[in-house]
Every structure is written in C-alpha cells, then in structure tokens.
Design a protein around this ligand. Structure first.
Ligand SMILES: NC(=O)C1=CN([C@@H]2O[C@H](COP(=O)(O)OP(=O)(O)OC[C@H]3O[C@@H](n4cnc5c(N)ncnc54)[C@H](OP(=O)(O)O)[C@@H]3O)[C@@H](O)[C@H]2O)C=CC1
Ligand SMILES: O=C1O[C@H](COP(=O)(O)O)[C@@H](O)[C@H](O)[C@H]1O
Length: 589
C-alpha cells in the first residue's frame, strides 16, 4: 500500500491540467485531511480520505482547513499510460546526487508522486554497474514515517504501521527502476549510448526526459551540448535542471545563459535555487496574500526593517575548493537570500502562474539600489579552541590557499527604490562556522504612535515594537512578538509570542526542498525556478560590489569558529538604527 500523491495546489499544474499540458500527464492531484496532516483532523476524515484513491473533494475536512475550489477542476486526472519520464542524474557519483537527489526521488516515489512509468539513470565517469549504483543509492534512502502519529493508537497508527512495513518493499521497487551509465561529459557518443539505453526502457511510449546537472559548473555546457544533440527526447519534452553556481558575475552568467540557449530554449532550462523549494519560503506568499492582517502592513509605512539571516554552525569542511572561488556572497546572498527578498517584497502578482510571479520578482530585483561597499561587512572564520576541541580556521582547510581573503561571512544593507519600500533597510547576514544553524526572516515593525502604554516599556522603546519571525529552518515556525499584559492586578507588560510552531501544529513531515522542485520540473511548473532575467538582475546588483571587494583586496574581519560573527555586522545594523533580531534574547518559539 502506498500513499497516493497529495500534490499541493499549483497554479501552473492547474493551468496545464486544464490545457491538457504536461502537468496533466498522469498523476493525480488530491486534497485530503490525511495529506495535510493538520493535527486535530478527525479520524473519520482520515479514514475516508485514505479509502478514497483520488478524492476530488474532501468530505470530512477539519473546520480550519481551506479546500481551494480549483481542486474540483483538477481531479481526478486521467493516467496517461502512453508516456514515460526518464530522469538522468548527471554526476550521479557525487555528493549532491547521493545526499539530496536520489533520496528526493525515492521520497516522491514512496508518496506515489512519480508518474506510473519512469526510469532513473545515473550518469558519471566513474565505473559502476547498475547493482553498484543501487547499493550506493540504497544507503541514502529513508522512509518517511510520521513518528508523532505513531504514538496515537488509532486508525492513523494502523495506516502508518502498514506503510512502514511496506517501505522496504517500496525501496526495492524503486531501486529496480534505477540504472547506471558510465560516460564522459563531453562525448556525444557516450550520450548516444545512453540514449539507446533510455529507449530500451521507454519502449513505444512518448518519452519525456529530465536531465539533472549535478556536476561542477565548468562542464555544464559540455553536458548540455551532448545531451541535447544525442539524448534528447524525440517525441516528448526534454528539460534540464541546472544547479548553481550560475556563473561568478554578470559576464560569466550571461555567457552561461548564451551557451545553454545554443542548445535549449528558456522553457527547457530549470535553474534551481533550493531555498525556493523550502516550505516556509513557499508559504511567504500564502501568508501575505491570503491573510488580511499582513498585506496592509507590508510597506515602509509600518515596517521598519527586514532581516534575512542564514547561518551554519560548520565550516566549509570538504567543499573549500569550490567555496574559495565563490565566497559567501555568491554562495548564499546573491541567490538564496535575494530570492527570498524578492518574494517578500514583490507586489501582488496577477495570478499564481509562474510568469506572473517571476514578473513581479524581477521588478523588485531591478528596483534595488546599487549596493555600496560601505553597506557591506565581510568576515572569515579563524581557528578556535573550545572545551578542549580545536576547530580549524578557513585557511587551514587543505583545499584553500593560505592567503585566501574569501569571505565566509557577509552582512549587507540593501534598499529597494520603489514606492512601497523606499528607505526600508533590508539587512542580510550569511555566515559559515557560526554559533548556530538556521535561516530566518525577521520583520521589525515601527512603533505604535502615541502608545498609551509606553511608560510600561521603560526607556527602551525598541523592545516595544512588534516583530514577525518566519523561521525557515530548523524547527519551522512563524511567530509574532506582541506586547501583552502580564496577568495580575497590576499593569505590567511583557513581550510574548503568538506562535505557529509547525511541529506542534502539523503532524506531517515537511518534504525536502528537492522533492518539491523535482516534482515541479517533471510537471513543467516553473514558478520556483529562476528565469534568466531574474538571474541577470541578481548579478547586476552584486557584480560591482564583488569586483570592488576583489580589486581592492578588502581583508575580511576575522571571527572565531563558532562565534556570532564579526562585530562589524552590529555597526552596520546600528548605522540604520537596527538591532539584529537573532542576537537579542527572546522567548523561544
Ligand atoms: N553538494 C552540495 O551540497 C551542493 C552542490 N551544489 C551544486 O551541485 C553541483 C554538484 O555538486 P556536488 O555533487 O557537490 O559535486 P561533486 O564535486 O561531488 O561532483 C559531482 C560529480 O561530478 C564529477 N566531477 C567532479 N569534478 C569534476 C571535474 N573537475 N571534471 C569533471 N567531472 C567532475 C564527479 O563524477 P565522476 O568523476 O564520476 O564523473 C563527481 O562525482 C555543483 O554545481 C554544486 O555547485 C549546489 C548546492 C549544494
Ligand atoms: O546552496 C548552498 O546551500 C547550502 C545550505 O543549504 P541548506 O538547505 O542545508 O540550508 C550551503 O551549505 C552551501 O554552501 C550552499 O552552496
């Protein structure tokens, strides 16, 4: 027994389904209480949803659940037995393939989200048999069992126990669909051999082909050339997922785009930014556009500053060679954080269609004020000994030059020159080897004018303002810091959280970003992928700064491994009368 794919509402898929387009080809879209995992959903509802293979309407939904009308148009979609999808993971022997891509494909298979007919091929230079690939992949697979639900002795428990028992069986079935082909990345002949193998599996069906470029960027174009000439589909679609980095600056990125477009049209290129596949990043638009309470406040009138914060509590361990050529600004800020900023700040799109959303994002990116060197602080971690353990500094990594000045930390103040955001600092901060691991968006609101209770706050009016925190990871949560009366006869106020803690609210495990994005690419949904004009605008913002940093050889401020980063980041925030929200003590959400 398998879970049937509980695909989220997707405008692109909806539109494609209505047009009979690729998203319609072969898999069901269903909404059910069981799939949402909303805690408190009735068992009767769960049972009904589980009994029904692809319900077009949920009969017993929890009262708090919204079932979008569009589901009715979408479901049930007919299975198109005539088509098959071949997914080739190029660079299958590598870190990303093992860590993320194969596990995500299995998770999709496990949840019945892959089309009925599919084949997965690993491609790389390493010599491997199919059995060896399967053995390698099998070590990375896990079953998604909802442990919290397993404590409930009820219908859900029974269902989940059956699922667990069947997990090994599903793994075996999945692995039987995985094959390997060894070849060079620049050999049309080797891709022709791959094509022959793919055809054997595809038989007489319409073949759709997805290539995932999980390889270093210097060989992207070789592969795209060979794959498009020798292994693209003759009768279905061919799409290519391209991993970052998309160049190092405006020129190299434009050259990459030109190169890709020699062999592919823009619609075939899926530039992945896995942060866009993260649950809370996707939820940003839902939060803004489907709740009355946020959107009216979403402007310079009420928002004092926005903070986009990324931190990792480990260094470049193992990836120093790659990292030293890019640095933290290219690795995290120019893509992940800037994409979040664009989604956060964009105007309401005309619809949820990919092009409407990407049009709005690109407008934000093109409205950004040029980034000034004095609005940027860079840092690099140095060795630190704590509790008897010595953590190595960045330049102690064997793959990093001893005199490297590549930043492993950066903080920046950005501004959007438009009517909505004029003057509002968007502060970004990203670093490796810091004291904690996490990613969050913090929205600090202005003071309440003429606040009657200001005496209760003392002199520090900063502590009296509201702050909305969207914790992207880990332990996903959305909480709003408010001022509240401490219960009792007196009139004392404190700061408390209105708190949506995902682990407490939803029992369903959050899918990995790569699952969502792979499924989107298969469905032809481009909303969460980067369009070439977005990429150009993102590079246009960062390239002059990166050039200046490199030409002037600006030395990064050193910070100890495991610390809170360079002090310069505080001065930068203070320049705009801001305090980093992640560094103030706060009630745990
Ligand atoms: N790893 C990660 O966490 C992340 C990676 N990425 C991006 O994803 C892509 C893949 O990353 P990752 O798996 O870490 O990369 P790897 O360095 O592990 O390379 C993947 C495969 O490519 C082949 N390869 C490696 N170096 C070369 C080379 N110089 N010339 C030709 N082939 C080579 C190797 O396969 P073989 O020798 O068998 O041919 C290797 O197994 C990169 O673009 C990376 O920037 C993006 C985000 C996160
Ligand atoms: O793209 C990248 O992202 C990872 C962090 O991803 P996460 O999903 O684990 O937060 C980062 O470690 C890596 O340097 C960067 O290339």
């Amino acid at each position: 027994m398998a879970l049937s794919c509980m695909r989220r509402f997707s405008a692109g898929s909806a539109a494609a389904a209505r047009r009979g387009g690729p998203a319609a080809a072969g898999w069901r879209v269903a909404a059910a209480v069981a799939s949402t995992g909303v805690k408190g959903a009735t068992d009767a509802g769960v049972e009904k949803a589980a009994r029904s293979a692809s319900p077009s309407k949920v009969e017993n939904s929890s009262p708090s659940e919204i079932i979008l009308d569009d589901f009715e148009d979408l479901s049930p979609l007919s299975e198109n037995d005539e088509s098959t999808v071949s997914i080739t993971v190029v660079g299958a022997s590598g870190d990303l393939a093992k860590k993320k891509i194969f596990p995500a494909l299995f998770a999709l298979y496990y949840e019945d989200c892959l089309p009925k007919h599919f084949t997965i091929f690993g491609y790389a230079r390493s010599k491997m048999t199919d059995a060896e690939l399967r053995n390698m992949v099998s070590k990375t697979l896990t079953c998604r069992i909802d442990k919290r639900c397993l404590t409930r002795l009820d219908f859900v428990t029974t269902i989940l126990n059956i699922l667990r028992e069947n997990c090994n069986e599903k793994m075996e079935e999945f692995l039987k669909r995985c094959f390997y082909h060894s070849g060079q990345y620049d050999s049309e002949e080797h891709f022709m051999d791959l094509d022959k193998k793919l055809k054997q599996h595809e038989g007489s069906r319409v073949s759709d082909r997805l290539f995932y470029l999980s390889i270093p960027p210097n060989i992207f174009l070789d592969v795209v050339k060979c794959a498009s000439k020798s292994a693209s589909s003759a009768n279905g679609w061919t799409r290519v997922i391209v991993e970052k980095p998309f160049g190092r600056d405006s020129d190299s990125s434009a050259a990459l785009t030109r190169g890709l477009k020699q062999y592919l049209v823009e619609d075939q290129i899926f530039r992945i930014d896995h942060y866009l596949g993260k649950e809370l990043v996707e939820n940003l638009s839902v939060l803004r556009f489907s709740n009355l309470v946020f959107e009216p406040l979403w402007s310079r009138q009420y928002i004092r500053n926005v903070q986009l914060i990324f931190s990792e509590d480990f260094g470049t361990e193992g990836r120093g060679g790659y990292f030293d050529r890019y640095g933290i600004i290219r690795d995290i800020m120019q893509n992940h954080l800037l994409q979040i900023l664009a989604l956060f700040a964009m105007e309401t799109p005309v619809s949820l269609e990919a092009e409407d959303i990407r049009n709005e994002k690109v407008k934000v990116l093109r409205s950004m004020k040029p980034l000034q060197l004095e609005d940027v602080v860079i840092g690099q971690y140095k060795s630190h000994t704590k509790g008897g353990t010595t953590y190595p500094g960045y330049t102690e990594d064997k793959t990093v030059p001893k005199d490297s000045i590549t930043p492993t930390f950066a903080a920046a103040a950005l501004f959007i020159n438009n009517a909505r955001w004029d003057g509002v600092p968007f502060l970004m901060k990203a670093g490796k080897a810091l004291h904690t691991k996490g990613a969050e968006i913090r929205v600090q609101f202005r003071h309440v004018p003429g606040n009657l209770y200001k005496r209760s706050f003392g002199t520090d009016l900063d502590t009296a303002t509201n702050e909305l925190v969207i914790r992207v990871q880990p332990d996903e949560a959305i909480y709003l810091k408010i001022n509240n009366k401490i219960p009792g006869l007196g009139m004392r106020l404190d700061r408390s959280n209105l708190n949506l803690h995902y682990a407490a609210r939803y029992s369903k495990e959050i899918p990995d970003a790569y699952e969502r994005l792979l499924l989107d690419a298969i469905e032809g949904e481009r909303r969460l992928f980067i369009r070439s004009d977005e990429l150009d605008a993102a590079w246009e913002l960062f390239t002059p700064l990166l050039k200046e940093l490199e030409e002037k050889r600006i030395a990064p401020e050193l910070y100890p491994y495991g610390s809170r980063g360079p002090v310069g980041a505080h001065y930068l925030a203070a320049k705009y009368n801001v305090r980093w929200g992640d560094l103030t003590t706060e009630q745990k959400a």
